[in-house]
Ligand binder design. Structure first.
Ligand SMILES: [Zn+2]
Length: 45
């Protein structure tokens, strides 16, 4: 599961909220970046 953070208010936003529209649910900012919740690993399929 990927989690994102708002660039403006720095709150965590779960990806289920930004499936339809990429926007912060707290402050309405459109700038969101991926939060590193897991160690940097590349999964091979
Ligand atoms: Zn925000």
């Amino acid at each position: 599961m990927t989690e994102y953070k708002c660039f403006s208010c720095n709150k965590e936003i779960k990806d289920q909220y930004i499936k339809k529209k990429v926007r912060c649910i707290y402050c309405g900012a459109k700038i969101i970046f991926k939060a590193r919740t897991t160690p940097t690993k590349v999964k091979a399929r």
